[in-house]
Design a binder for this molecule. Structure first.
Ligand SMILES: [Zn+2]
Length: 281
C-alpha cells in the first residue's frame, strides 16, 4: 500500500515491492546483453494508490526508442491486471538507473488514472510524449518524475551516509537543494555531484565538464536544456516547472517533506555492510 499522507508526502512504494524492484533491477542489468528480442522476464503484483490490486508483466525490449513504457492490451484500459511494461536494456546505465526507471514506470502503474479511473480525454487527448507541453506539462508525468526524483534523492543521501560522508557536509547539501529550488540558491560542486547521481545518471557523464562550468551558480527561472544528460533530473524538473507551473508549489511541498526525511536518514547510523539500497526495508 502506498502512503500518501494526505498528499503532503512523496509517494512511496511499499517495502516488499521496493525490495522486489531492486532485485529485478539487478537481474535486468545482469541479463541486459543476452537479450536480442522482446523477452518476458516476470510478473509483479502491486497496489494502486486507491487500494486496488494490479499485476504487470515485465518485458525487455531492445528495439524500442524510449527508456520504458507501460500499457494494456486494446479493450482492457480499466483492468489493472492486464498491464505490461516494456523496458529498453540498451538505455541502462547501472543498477541504480534501472531501479529508477522501474520506479518511474510503477508510478504510472499505481496511478488510478492509468487503469481503474481511465478517461480517454485525460489520458489520450491531452497526454503525449511527442511534445514537452503534453509530456512534462501533464500531471501524469508530474507524479512519475517528481516521485522518481525524490526516491532517488533520499537514496543518494543514504548512499552518502553508508560511504561515510561526514554529517555536516550532508546536512549542508540537503539545505542547499531545498534553498536552490525555493529561492534559486547556489549549489556547491559536491551537491551537483550528488544530484547527478540521482537515478544513476552519473553513469553518463559526457557533459559533466560543461555542466560544471556553468552550474556553480546558475540563474533561476531560465531554460536549462544545456544541462544535458549529466544532470538529467535538474533538466526534467525545470521542464516540469516551465510546462506545468500550476503544480510547482506542490513539488516544493513534497521536496520540503523529503528534506525532513533526509535529515532523519543523515542522523540514522548505517549498519556496516548493509547495502544502501536495502536500508529502508
Ligand atoms: Zn512517464
Amino acid at each position: 500500500m502506498e502512503r500518501t499522507n494526505r498528499g503532503r508526502q512523496r509517494v512511496k512504494l511499499d517495502n516488499v515491492l521496493r525490495h522486489t524492484l531492486w532485485r529485478l533491477a539487478e537481474h535486468l542489468w545482469d541479463i541486459r546483453k543476452t537479450v536480442h528480442d522482446r523477452t518476458y522476464v516476470r510478473s509483479v503484483d502491486f497496489t494502486l494508490a486507491n487500494g486496488r490490486r494490479g499485476t504487470v508483466k515485465i518485458l525487455l525490449e531492445p528495439h524500442m526508442e524510449l527508456f520504458g513504457e507501460v500499457d494494456t492490451p486494446p479493450g482492457t484500459a480499466h483492468n489493472p491486471h492486464t498491464f505490461y511494461m516494456l523496458v529498453n536494456p540498451k538505455t541502462f546505465l547501472n543498477v541504480r538507473n534501472v531501479y529508477s526507471l522501474l520506479f518511474h514506470e510503477f508510478m504510472h502503474l499505481t496511478d488510478p488514472t492509468q487503469s481503474v479511473a481511465w478517461n480517454d480525454r485525460y489520458c489520450k487527448e491531452t497526454y503525449s510524449a511527442d511534445a514537452d507541453e503534453t509530456y512534462y506539462g501533464h500531471d501524469i508525468e508530474f507524479r512519475a518524475f517528481v516521485n522518481e526524483f525524490l526516491e532517488g534523492l533520499v537514496n543518494a543521501f543514504a548512499d552518502g551516509v553508508s560511504r561515510g560522508t561526514d554529517g555536516a557536509t550532508l546536512w549542508r547539501m540537503n539545505r542547499e537543494i531545498l534553498d536552490h529550488f525555493n529561492e534559486g540558491g547556489a549549489l556547491s560542486s559536491d551537491t551537483i555531484d550528488l544530484l547527478q547521481g540521482v537515478g544513476g545518471f552519473d553513469g553518463e557523464n559526457r557533459f559533466k565538464r560543461e555542466w560544471r562550468k556553468f552550474s556553480y551558480r546558475f540563474p533561476f527561472l531560465k531554460k536549462l536544456y544545456w544541462a544535458g544528460d549529466a544532470a538529467a533530473f535538474l533538466t526534467y524538473l525545470y521542464r516540469i516547472r516551465e510546462f506545468n507551473p500550476r503544480r510547482w508549489p506542490r513539488f516544493l511541498t513534497l521536496l520540503y517533506a523529503a528534506h525532513g526525511e533526509i535529515e532523519t536518514v543523515i542522523e540514522t547510523p548505517c549498519d556496516s555492510g548493509t547495502k544502501v539500497q536495502y536500508r529502508f526495508l
